[in-house]
Design a protein around this ligand. Structure first.
Ligand SMILES: [Zn+2]
Length: 159
């Protein structure tokens, strides 16, 4: 089966900036997403189009086609209780924050007693990236997944 709109794709990826490996999914489970529903980086989704299970390829994305430019002055003070991902925070760590626009990743700059100064830029903002991709599986989405607009695991999505 080929990757097309309304298929559920699982793939492993390793991201590089130049020679420098930034992140890899290979430490854990592959990433799963619903193709054609704007839940994936557009440049990456385009490169995945028409690929099949066991295909592997590399794609280079300029910053503007990946996580966008870095914004200066994107620092915000956020209550520690709103940061997810760790119990103790240190500068340089990344945290997840829920916002009106959905979940976003922030980088801790300075930690106080109740609040942390966080850089709201995505950690990969401003970087030209190369993705090494291995397609693990492709299947048709269920009607429930299509109506929710996201992938469900073995036990559904719990809502
Ligand atoms: Zn759901």
């Amino acid at each position: 089966m080929q990757i097309a709109k309304d298929t559920v794709v699982e793939f492993h990826y390793t991201v590089f900036e130049g020679e420098n490996q930034l992140e890899s999914s290979k430490d854990g489970a592959p990433l799963a997403y619903l193709h054609g529903h704007e839940s994936m980086l557009p440049g990456l989704e385009k490169a995945l189009d028409n690929k099949s299970a066991d295909d592997s390829f590399s794609v280079e994305l300029e910053a503007k086609d990946a996580y966008g430019p870095r914004h200066d002055n994107a620092v915000q003070r956020i209550p520690l209780k709103h940061l997810q991902g760790a119990k103790v925070w240190k500068p340089g760590m990344t945290a997840l924050v829920h916002t009106d626009q959905g979940q976003r990743q922030v980088t801790i700059i300075k930690v106080g007693r109740f609040n942390a100064d966080c850089d709201l830029n995505h950690p990969f903002a401003g970087k030209d990236l190369k993705f090494d991709v291995e397609v693990v599986s492709v299947r048709a989405a269920t009607s429930e997944e299509l109506s929710h607009g996201h992938v469900h695991g073995a036990g559904g999505c719990g809502h």
